[in-house]
Ligand binder design. Sequence first.
Ligand SMILES: Nc1ncnc2c1ncn2[C@@H]1O[C@H](COP(=O)(O)OP(=O)(O)O)[C@@H](O)[C@H]1O
Ligand SMILES: [Mg+2]
Length: 254
Amino acid sequence: MDAILSIEGLKRSFWGVEALRGASFSVRRGTITGLIGPNGAGKTTVFNCVSGVVPPEAGRILFDGHDITRRRPEEISALGLARTFQIARGFAGLTVRETLLLHGDAQPGERLGTALFRPAVVRRRERALNMRAEEVARRLRLDHLLDSLATDLSGGQKKLLEIGRALMGTPKLVLLDEPVAGVNPALAVEIAEHIRSLRAEGLTFLIVEHDMDIVARLCDPVIVMAQGQRLAEGGFADIVANHAVQDAYLGRRS
Ligand SMILES: Nc1ncnc2c1ncn2[C@@H]1O[C@H](COP(=O)(O)OP(=O)(O)O)[C@@H](O)[C@H]1O
Ligand SMILES: [Mg+2]
């Protein structure tokens, strides 16, 4: 298997609660892989470890040929791994364009030095970023909203803007945390279409989502987590027929 991401034996606890107890799985390049499981299974903690926000206490994370275990978030995103957050935020006072530009500008420290000594370089970089922001907005059909305030967008449009922020850095793998939660069904289908066509252009996705209709139509394979570990993996139909998975969702102990 051509794995773009592998996690091996990840462990992490919070105040004595074991969020991850040796979680291991791989994401095959070019897939839209689903990551599901009951609340508290450890899905968001996996995303936090992989994106460098929360260091694992044990285990290893490999991304696209690099060992990224315990690397800083900026280093990880510079390698081509982007994520969105469960709660889509609109930053107060920023337009859609500014929100996208904010994300694309990854080196604030370097920027200050460059701005003082090489203004032409800065202007060229700003133009390139602005073009990228317009390209991303067009791609997600948000271009008519570029100069609207991000906080004025609908819930679904905020979700799209989150995906847009992830796309600014031209990633290889995107982790999406509940991309359609709280979104009306029509826009949820539209978001799913965007994800599918981005995959056709070569992106890989790992998606946490509770909406099982969307998981069924979008994700293959589906990885099920329960109690901080991988419980099962396979096509959606196999997963829903799996007794251990049914037990985990119903909270029964087998
Ligand atoms: N930052 C944190 N501080 C304290 N507890 C946390 C933190 N992050 C996660 N947890 C705990 O770890 C467990 C797994 O949570 P999480 O990864 O959010 O699961 P999921 O996303 O599958 O619902 C839960 O018991 C949760 O309360
Ligand atoms: Mg979560």
